[in-house]
Design a protein around this ligand. Sequence first.
Ligand code: AMP
Length: 560
Amino acid sequence: MLTPTGSGRKKMLQGVIPGRMMQRPLLVSSLIEYGKDFHPNSEIVSRRVEGDLHRYTYAAAYRRVCQLAHGLVALGVTPGTRVATLAWNNHRHFELYYAIQGIGAVCHTVNPRLPVDQFKYVLNHADDRVLFTDLTFVPLLEARRADLPPGMKIVVMTDRAHMPESGLPDLFCFEELLVSQAEHYDWPEFDENTACALCYTSGTTGNPKGALYSHRSMVLHSLFARNADLPCFTPRAKFLPVVPLFHVNAWGLPYLAPLSGAGMVMPGPGLDGPSLFKLMDDEAVSSAWGVPTVWLGLLAEMGQHGRKPKALAHVLVGGSAVPPSMLRTFQETYGISVVHGWGMTEMSPVGSLGILEPEMEALPQEEQLRLKAYQGRRMFGVDLKIVDEDGARLPHDGEAIGELAVRGPCVVDGYFNDEPASAAAIDDEGWFRTGDVASISPDGFLMIVDRTKDLVKSGGEWISSIDLENAAMAHPEIAECAVIAAVHPKWDERPLLIVVPAAGADLAKEAVIDFLTARVAKWWLPDDVVFVDELPHGATGKVSKLTLRAQFKDYVLPTA
Ligand code: AMP
């Protein structure tokens, strides 16, 4: 008999007997050790902030990780110490992941694009004792010196020759930390539930909230993701994380790299289309991972060249919904297979992946594209449910729409040192409330309709901002767009479409509305279309609806 205890998170089964297997902890250090032993010659290539390319093997990376671990100890880092990073995707950032976590300290990846108040909040809330920064961000730290936790040491991720002139106190040089340190580290063993990494997520209201990952959750997440039928986790593949190492563990890629032996190519600060194209082309990258906004730049560059980067076979798009028009261009124009993923900071982050079963791959192309536009099916280790406003479960019939909740060993059970936010995040059955609104088809495809906060509620009926945006993005003269709710005296809210026209486009509001009329229900049509030069992007590269809502809060619709 199953008896729920407490919130229902733990269940006791009467009559069970214990298994006789070793209790060996799942620790992050085992991933890099495995990579060094089994894939010593796979390469990590990174564009350095200093300008050149750096390349080395997993075996060489391992030696430097060990040296860095000794350097951290020499700096006073002890188990549990929060060590912040403020850095691009590069080999030193990768080394920090393993050195910090390997010695039992906590790697707090900080997003350099955070607004000033949130930046101050997260460093102080985490109580970071040491901060590692790329050269790029030294001026930012100088400007925000008063906001830094008192006594925090700062290490600049460069060599002595490139150390900046700076008035910052307690400044150290990364490469000097490693000098004459041993190339072996006897990694400590400890409880696998020990915290290893911390990443704050910026909600729509209130302070950022910290997702505190454990060694166990991180190793399991790597195994679960490796288990997904993705072509990029083999020693024959080379993947490029455009998704930053400062955002949810770069979707797990720094852990999957040594585990799978795949080569990893890191773009440093070069995230624009031309830089990405050249790096992918030169390094024969076979798979790249990032948010849709980044792919807009790459697709524009591919258009200029009239071809894809030569080895690029596979793109993973997540973080926001992939517009079907983008999906089609990748697949049909360039023959690049797209996998659409969904996840959250609180989920380590992968929740679902759009990988088709063999029988689905036999479907007509249009049908495959339709399936790929959904947010995929749950990854092993992730349970999904949708619930109505009273918390009652809704069927997975592709029709019912409700709030999505998740559970699994890689999902947070609360936030770091934030009890009110933790209590609000977990439902009565112990599931994490995602704040996404979704339906789930009988064959398990997740369809994210919106964020609860982004839905447009018109006369009590929901309008999906994502569906409207996707429909508008199919217009060849629209480069990027976003839909937000604008206040309406009769309907409470009506959709406002904000459009960035493509270069050289001559677009009128009426033409956009005409285009949409053929594609969405009449009552979904935006009440107005506003043209702008660019949309605000949040710290993770997604369109910031929060900023847009603030910008347009007093906007008066012509229908109002
Ligand atoms: P973050 O924790 O910043 O990565 O944001 C997680 C949120 O991004 C999710 O709760 C979704 O609202 C959104 N999101 C992530 N992936 C997708 C996707 N493929 N389609 C639509 N929304 C997504």
